[in-house]
Design a binder for this molecule. Sequence first.
Ligand SMILES: Nc1ncnc2c1ncn2[C@@H]1O[C@H](COP(=O)(O)OP(=O)(O)OP(=O)(O)O)[C@@H](O)[C@H]1O
Length: 376
Amino acid sequence: MLAQLAVREYRNFHSLDLEVPTGGLVVIGENGHGKTNLLEAVAYLGLLRSFRGARDADVIRFGAPAFHVRATLHAPAAWHTVSVGYERSSKRKRATLDGVEQPRLTSALGALPSVEFSPADVALVASGPGERRRYLDVMLALSSPAYLVALQGYRSALLRRNAVLKAAQRSAVRAQEQEARVSVWEPALAEHGGVIVAARHAFVRAQAGYYAELCAAIGERQEALLRYVSVGGDTRSDALTDPLMQQDALTRAFTQQRSAELRRGVTLVGPQRDDLQLTLGGRELRTFGSAGQQRSAAIALRLLELITLRDALGYSPLLLLDDPFAELDLGRAARVLDLLDAAGASQVLLAVPREQDIPAAYTRLARRTMRDGVLS
Ligand SMILES: Nc1ncnc2c1ncn2[C@@H]1O[C@H](COP(=O)(O)OP(=O)(O)OP(=O)(O)O)[C@@H](O)[C@H]1O
């Protein structure tokens, strides 16, 4: 539970202090006054980066040397205080938990868990596979330390293997020698990649049915399917969620692809090429879905994130609602609110442009007004 928030030099906030009641808070403000910035600052305490994918230097207030966000938390959160800061000149990010600076940033990951719903989530469905991989990675890393370790291990081995592949394109070294340099990274890639691919499959296997139910409950009449499509992984049904079988398949795939990868200068197989495929009535939502259908699928994915984190943490994460009902008809908006309620959301930060945009379910919450980065 978030109790207090102190934000310094973040986006358009010079110095902002906020008390958050147990049930949550509504922030009302016109476009461009800082509502999303506030939710982004809160989410930063869980993700240790911007949920909009902004670079750290870009979220520091224009002209300021550094930003700092600090929160006081109540149970069931694991920590009493969490803070994060980033300095422009040194490019250093620091996180503290209960006043102790963490030698490794990842120890502070998820200290204030939250899930954000915003109209911008439509990118989850409408954009390329990268957005959906990021969705899976954030959710699974926050729910499982083993996934986080695998993800870090995979990313660092992939960077190195790709660097060798790129260098090989300009080098005069014999092909055999080049292959040897590239293959050095493959055992680590296959091992960590096996964990990643199996965990992503396990998520889809566990949640695809619920995803279809959510889409139907929001108002879709056609069948909604969630499928994980892997490049290089084992696609046999009994192998999908088995990390060792996925590891074996990736080992084979890296070997098979190596010479093509040497020509192309990049790794062509592995979880960095996979997709979480979303279809409605058998057609890919990304290409054929209407704006409303894409919005509904994005909301269903966020609801899955909410329950996945809730089940992993043992309590409901903070809900950040950035005017999420803006483009939904009244019937859909009401059904989404019911689903949020059923998912057990407890504390809510809701940002809306006008008072009349506050849904009935949240009219009991305390209200603050945001103007030019200042709350009143
Ligand atoms: N690094 C920064 N330093 C100072 N101001 C910034 C920075 N980054 C963004 N801003 C300002 O933040 C404002 C946008 O705030 P925000 O995205 O929170 O809007 P909003 O209140 O959510 O509006 P909308 O309802 O349109 O989504 C803009 O005025 C922008 O110039």
